[in-house]
Design a protein around this ligand. Structure first.
Ligand code: SIN
Ligand code: CO
Length: 377
């Protein structure tokens, strides 16, 4: 890994000193960074079904938000200043943004979220706010001023379109130019203002709330758990209080509920399935029909790429993709875990992946993987 990314720090030192603790300003984090995106490209991404787009128009301290997809006409009618186009999931459609995201692969993929790219006209910004997750803000073209501060009062302006801090008390500020990067821990107040037309890449991390985890785990248990039997009361006695909830009934139902059990293995399955789901707006296109022989022949020449919006995770013998679990048969683990870690198999790797090819052929049919371009790694 290029040490400049973390300002000369090794990942271990960065994680110990800064991660989830304190911000870090890194000048020249991505050496010779050539911003690959223009407003025209971002406008095109804002119409893609693999991305999500918002347009924020600000006037004084008021922020109006419009949700994409946006037709080109909307951009023609925008003022010269004080607006921002934000596109989420740019790594799904842009190789350079994807490469940027995977520079942070010293953290588990289960924590990587996506790359959001914003294009701001001069004076544009989304207002003072805090994010609930860690973020690296890499400056593309143009310059942006960031004001930052720790504050315990994180009250938001009520009934606003955006989450704007009611009272923002910045303690410092810096101006970022192309290739500079600012790391901010969760709940750190910040406000970015475009000094000229500028592009900012936000490498965001995924941190589900406990409430979300609970809800999704209960749904998972509901899907997996079957409790046989049905309520019965052969010994029921006549009652003079028919509206009274009977204690025997409560005892019987409590005994049924106590059969809802889970262990660490259930939590592993749940987490793998949940974290391997793509974003809800991603549609996986089925691939053209290719029989197994032809798929294997081409895979050995072209290599195999994972769908850019699809996480592939593993734990022990279990692999998780698209919210599903697969128990890896012996002989297939190496290829599948390499595909998961590197997000592609080279032609050479595919040639020694004989046992995994039938699985990968099925994944190809489902649109989870595509045939690659055979680039040597
Ligand atoms: C932006 O790129 O305009 C907003 C990024 C952020 O503040 O998190
Ligand atoms: Co933010």
């Amino acid at each position: 890994m290029d040490r400049t990314l973390l300002g000369g720090l090794a990942p271990s030192a960065f994680l110990k000193r800064h991660w989830q603790k304190q911000p870090l300003l890194i000048r020249g984090a991505v050496r010779g960074f050539r911003d690959p995106l223009t407003l025209r490209k971002l406008m095109a991404f804002s119409r893609s079904e693999a991305c999500e787009a918002r347009l924020v128009i600000s006037e004084n301290d008021d922020y109006e938000v419009l949700f994409g997809p946006f037709s080109p006409r909307i951009f023609r009618d925008l003022p010269e200043k004080h607006w921002t186009l934000l596109v989420q999931g740019v790594n799904h459609v842009c190789r350079e943004a994807r490469d940027l995201l995977y520079r942070f692969a010293f953290l588990p993929y289960a924590r990587l979220d996506d790359v959001m790219v914003s294009y701001a006209a001069p004076g544009g910004g989304v207002g003072p706010h805090f994010d609930s997750y860690d973020v690296f803000l890499l400056q593309g073209c143009g310059q942006r001023q960031w004001e930052v501060g720790t504050q315990s009062n994180l009250d938001l302006v009520p009934d606003a379109d955006l989450r704007i801090l009611r009272r923002f008390r910045p303690q410092g500020s810096c101006v970022l130019s192309c290739g500079d990067m600012l790391y901010l821990p969760p709940r750190f107040a910040h406000n970015g203002t475009a000094l000229d037309s500028c592009v900012t890449y936000s490498i965001g991390f995924r941190a589900p709330t406990h409430e979300e985890l609970k809800t999704r785990f209960l749904t998972h248990l509901d899907d997996c758990l079957h409790i046989a039997g049905q309520y019965q009361d052969p010994g029921v006695k006549p009652t003079r209080r028919p509206a009274h909830l009977d204690n025997n009934m409560i005892t019987q139902v409590a005994a049924v509920m106590s059969r809802i059990r889970w262990n660490r293995s259930d939590v592993t399955s749940f987490l793998g399935r949940y974290l391997s789901e793509p974003k809800p707006y991603i549609v996986l296109a089925k691939q053209p029909n290719l029989d197994f022989q032809e798929f294997s022949r081409r895979a050995r020449v072209e290599g195999i790429d994972l769908h850019p919006a699809l996480p592939l995770l593993f734990h022990g013998k279990r692999a998780f993709i698209n919210g599903d679990v697969l128990v890896m048969k012996s002989g297939s683990e190496q290829a599948i875990t390499s595909l998961a870690n590197e997000r592609r198999l080279t032609a050479k790797q595919a040639r020694s992946a004989r046992r995994a090819l039938p699985i990968l052929h099925g994944w190809y049919g489902n649109g989870y993987v595509t045939l690659g371009n055979g680039d040597p790694k």
